[in-house]
Design a protein. Structure first.
Length: 309
């Protein structure tokens, strides 16, 4: 049952990505279509999805030991990449941010939620990772990208305005307010928000498939060692750190331990490619890391499920 659910989740994602590549191959869509889909996902569909996803999350689990282990795994993986970007590959700040996200930002939404529901038996188990990424990691990363890719005014106030004006951040905060207060949007508002949010994941996956077909070949975006680093950090280092911190330092065991390690082993999220496209930095590294980690995470997650399940 667990193995079948994992395979089904990955097969669904692969099928939609393949459709995007096919549409590009037969010239039904082009690079402009990929950019349009990415923009729709970033500015419209993803914020709506955040409202509905976080609004239904069990935020009580945010203050759990799993959150500590999740945070540690993200910090370690991102820090290792940033050290390499600074001292080895000499990357600029925007490219470094995209590389760090590629190394540590997991697909907790469209893959993590179904795996948590069908493999772990409780979709709320992915909530700590989901909220950490959407309310802390993503806003900080987007603020830095905003700051270093356009002429932005200086000062803390300007930085706060950049964060507050980001549509994904706004959607995430609204979802958190709904979850904390127990309020629900009126049906006349919730129905269209849900409908638009349902467009987010397909748009991301189709745009990604188009980019795979029309973009440079695998590994053409930079040093192979850099791609190998982001892939290894995501697939091996991040779940290993999560396991060490959760089990050996915090005493987490059973389903809770399985949840934090499996979540850490999820592949890089497709929305990192959307961010890379939006800011015009690090697209190839994000694209290739997503591809390799999506393929490589299948055996990794199956092994974790067998060992800890």
């Amino acid at each position: 049952m667990a193995v079948g659910a994992v395979l089904t989740g990955f097969a669904t994602i692969a099928a939609v990505i393949a459709l995007g590549a096919l549409l590009a191959h037969i010239r039904l869509v082009d690079v402009q279509a990929q950019i349009l889909l990415s923009r729709l996902a970033f500015f419209v569909a993803s914020p709506a999805l955040m409202v509905t996803t976080i609004g239904d999350a069990d935020v009580g689990q945010v203050l759990s030991r799993n959150l500590v282990a999740t945070t540690a795994s993200v910090v370690v993986s991102a820090a290792i990449y940033l050290a390499g970007a600074r001292w080895v590959w000499r990357r600029a700040v925007p490219e470094s941010v995209i590389g760090a996200l590629s190394s540590a930002y997991v697909n907790a939404g469209n893959l993590g939620i179904p795996i948590a529901a069908y493999v772990l038996g409780d979709a709320a188990l992915v909530a700590p990772t989901l909220l950490l990424q959407l309310l802390v990691l993503q806003p900080l990363a987007l603020a830095v990208l905003d700051r270093h890719t356009r002429a932005a005014p200086a000062g803390a106030g300007a930085a706060l305005r950049q964060v507050a004006s980001n549509p994904l951040t706004l959607g995430s905060v609204l979802g958190l307010v709904l979850a904390l207060t127990g309020c629900r949007l009126p049906e006349v508002v919730a129905a269209p928000v849900t409908l638009v949010g349902d467009m987010a994941v397909p748009s991301m996956l189709l745009a990604y498939g188009i980019a795979l077909r029309l973009g440079p070949g695998l590994g053409a975006g930079g040093p192979v060692a850099e791609l190998a680093t982001t892939t290894t950090l995501k697939l091996l280092v991040q779940p290993f750190v999560a396991w060490v911190v959760a089990h050996w330092l915090l005493g987490v065991d059973g389903t809770a331990l399985l949840a934090v390690v499996v979540t850490a082993a999820l592949p890089t999220a497709q929305n990192i490619f959307v961010h890379a496209t939006r800011f015009g930095r690090g697209q190839e590294l994000a694209r290739d890391t997503i591809l390799l980690t999506t393929m490589g995470s299948v055996p990794v997650i199956l092994l974790i499920t067998l060992l800890l399940g």
